[in-house]
Design a protein around this ligand. Structure first.
Ligand SMILES: Nc1ncnc2c1ncn2[C@@H]1O[C@H](COP(=O)(O)OP(=O)(O)OP(=O)(O)O)[C@@H](O)[C@H]1O
Length: 718
């Protein structure tokens, strides 16, 4: 398919092809007439001492040389143009293809992987095309013409030459598969390397703060060493593909000199013919060498074409077909019998039926992995359900113009990426036609205008490195302004404030609440304190709706929501987040403390110490001796277990109100899993040494912990 597009590109540039061909033909004529001129120079001008003939030959050569240079220049321009056109066409095509893709695609092709296709594969195809179009075609024609002339000069000698020339392609046959395999291996390593550089740029703070520099360096060094070794082998094979044909040409030259000399001795060839024959053979030899030297380019381009094709063959999850314009949302968004899975056989949404009216503030809550963000993604049509429909005002969003759907919505994600441009342009991205007044209006609504004008360069302040130059709250407020400048009918928030520190979260949520009076908002959150303020709450469990209602109704119902609510209660984070504590009645909800009296629980709650970890930190490492129990006052962690060969498998996510490590309170036993923070986390930790004296005093604690351990073991065995 891609080969076809190369031919289409070539066919669509007839003038450029004409310039290249004319340049090649003139070059060819020049080469052979120069070589053949020796025959006439020696036999017709020098030996008979004919000055006029000499002058005519020299003038003819000069005119030809001059013409050759002129057509060569036009041909060079045409090649440069054609090559650049190919780069442009392929890069834009790949980029457009990427724009249609969703999460599944980006999971399969990492950043490094994709970048390598832009910066290495496409140029490799370009080089091969240029070489084939110019050196290749010219060399092949040159070989054919040259052999015809050689045949006319001395056919027996030429037959010997022709037979020997077949040997020139032996190295290609021998080394082809090795070269292709090395090409593939090299690109694989290059993809890894690009990925590591990208990771380093994005996570440089975590790498430095956790002193991961030497670990990362070792990883990159191992990658580069493998690349170095493959690179050496690859270059060596490529140079052999060039060098070995030269050996064949040297042998052929020796044969021609010996046999041609013999023919000249016995008078079958004149001296002029002998010299001309050798000179033409030299040109033929060079052209033959030219033919073989494009082979490494062809091999490299073949690998690159395959790699590019692999990406372009990836079908987008969402097919954007024309359809009707979606009119402004007036009634509701409905999920009807929706089933969805990222991986076949692992359903995430199961027969989901849900109605979200177009007014007020709706919160979607539920345990981690319940499918909250997935619901949001389907509303934005980042993916389509496998069965069932998502309707906006009764219209299946698969059948409406995608752009008209996106025009109605604004979105703020948890990790809102800001671009490397001014604050003004970052907001304007939401609506490219927005005037300065509209930008400021959005910034005011997001309550960031005063902060922006307080910066020395105001709205022209450059946002650097994905927004690192701003605080988390400022970043999210600019992201909010970016969404608001679109004047959306509906604002989607995907954990938009949960990565912020408590004070900033509180203040951004107040802004969002004010906005809720002006537009409808759908917010995915796991922090129930803010969900409680919404007009309706949808509780998801394993991809279905478990409950819906207001906060009060759901508490009353005493179901799933109530449990989650109770779990998150009882923690107090002081303003400024310098301190936190847990109430004794909250401790009673932990199964191993449930039978203790208030006095004991009060004592225990005093023993907790607050610990703060940034996102990406390892809190406990599998195999280390456990000496602390942790309660998550706020934040989210992942529980990982070793899956061999240094790989880790995620087995669970824990968040506000969850706990881990309780067995460490009873005995120093190795941790059975690694805990890594996903967002910044505030933990309350209780150390074995502080706690142990209490266990001695209150036997009920030991009994509770032993029961927990037994049930844990039982669950694991099951
Ligand atoms: N791109 C993906 N590929 C495969 N599985 C995915 C992908 N994205 C999410 N999942 C899985 O789908 C399930 C639902 O994920 P989703 O992010 O919607 O849950 P959530 O309720 O928002 O959870 P959380 O609060 O932890 O963000 C989880 O089991 C998750 O591991």
């Amino acid at each position: 398919m891609l080969w076809k597009s190369i031919f289409t590109l070539v066919r669509s540039s007839p003038f450029l092809i004409f310039l290249i061909l004319i340049g090649a033909v003139i070059d060819l004529i020049f080469r052979y007439l120069s070589s053949l001129s020796y025959k006439y120079l020696i036999d017709l001008a020098i030996l008979p001492r004919d000055g006029k003939a000499l002058a005519i030959i020299i003038v003819a050569l000069l005119i030809l040389g001059f013409t050759n240079v002129l057509t060569g220049i036009s041909s060079d321009y045409a090649k440069a143009r054609l090559g650049s056109n190919l780069l442009f066409e392929y890069r834009i095509r790949l980029y457009q293809h990427m724009q249609m893709q969703s999460q599944r695609f980006y999971k399969r092709f990492g950043v490094g992987d994709l970048l390598a296709r832009y910066t290495d594969d496409i140029p490799a195809i370009q080089s091969a095309l240029i070489y084939i179009m110019t050196g290749g075609l010219l060399s092949i024609t040159s070989v054919i013409v040259g052999l015809a002339i050689l045949f006319s000069l001395e056919w027996k000698l030429t037959l010997v030459t022709l037979a020997g020339s077949a040997l020139l392609f032996a190295p290609y046959r021998m080394l082809k598969s090795r070269s292709l395999a090395l090409g593939e291996a090299y690109y694989k390593q290059l993809d890894h390397f690009n990925g590591s550089v990208d990771e380093h740029i994005k996570a440089y703070r975590v790498i430095r703060a956790f002193d991961l520099r030497s670990a990362m360096l070792n990883k990159v060094e191992a990658n580069l060493r493998t690349m170095l070794s493959i690179g050496v082998q690859r270059n060596f094979v490529s140079s052999n593909l060039n060098r070995l044909p030269m050996l064949v040409i040297s042998i052929l030259t020796a044969v021609i000199l010996a046999y041609g000399g013999y023919l000249t001795f016995n008078g079958s060839l004149t001296i002029g013919e002998f010299i001309a024959y050798n000179s033409i053979f030299f040109t033929v030899g060079t052209s033959l060498f030219g033919v073989t030297s494009i082979l490494p380019f062809i091999l490299s381009a073949r690998t690159s074409l395959d790699r590019l094709q692999q990406v372009l063959d990836w079908e987008p999850d969402v097919i954007e077909q024309g359809g009707q314009e979606l009119s402004p949302l007036r009634s509701d968004i409905v999920f009807r019998d929706v089933n969805f899975a990222y991986v076949s056989g692992e359903p995430v949404l199961r027969n989901l039926n849900l109605t979200i009216p177009d007014w007020g503030f709706t919160s979607i809550v539920g345990p981690s992995g319940a499918g909250k963000s997935t619901v949001l993604q389907l509303m934005l049509r980042f993916s389509d359900p496998q069965t069932g429909v998502v309707l906006y005002d009764g219209q299946d969003i698969k059948n409406v113009q995608y752009a008209s759907l996106l025009r109605q919505v604004g979105v703020v994600f948890q990790d809102s990426v800001l671009f490397h441009t001014s604050i003004r342009d970052n907001i304007r991205i939401g609506s490219p036609e927005a005037t300065q007044e509209q930008i400021e209006e959005a910034a005011r609504a997001a309550e960031i205008h005063d902060t922006i004008i307080g910066f020395r360069e105001g709205y022209d302040t450059l946002v650097s490195h994905y927004g690192d130059s701003l605080s988390g709250g400022q970043r999210q407020r600019i992201a909010l302004a970016r969404a608001l400048v679109r004047k959306p009918r509906i604002l989607f928030l995907d954990e938009a404030t949960s990565a912020l520190d408590p004070d900033t979260e509180r203040s951004v949520n107040e802004t969002i609440r004010t906005l809720g009076r002006r537009m409808s908002i759908v917010s995915v959150t796991h922090r129930l304190a803010y969900a409680a303020l919404s007009d309706r709450i949808v509780v998801l469990r394993q991809g279905s709706v478990a409950e819906t209602g207001t906060h009060e109704e759901l508490l009353e119902r005493n179901g799933e929501y109530r449990q989650m609510w109770d779990k998150q209660q009882g923690f107090m984070l002081a303003h400024g987040s310098g301190n936190a504590c847990v109430r004794s009645d909250r401790l009673r909800k932990l199964p191993f403390f449930s039978s203790l009296d208030s006095e004991a629980l009060d004592e225990i709650s005093q023993l907790f110490v607050m610990e703060k970890f940034e996102a990406g930190a390892t809190v406990v490492e599998q195999g280390d001796q456990g000496d602390k129990f942790y309660l998550i006052a706020r934040g989210k962690v992942e529980v990982l277990i070793s899956a061999g060969l240094g790989e880790r498998r995620k087995v669970a996510s824990l968040e506000d109100g969850d706990h881990f490590g309780e067995i460490a309170l009873m005995q120093h036993i190795p941790r059975t899993a690694t805990i890594v923070t996903v967002t910044a986390c505030w933990f309350l930790s209780l150390s074995y040494d502080h706690f142990h004296p209490l266990v001695m005093r209150y036997p009920a604690i030991r009994e509770g912990l032993e029961a927990t351990l037994r049930s844990r073991m039982q669950r694991r065995d099951d």
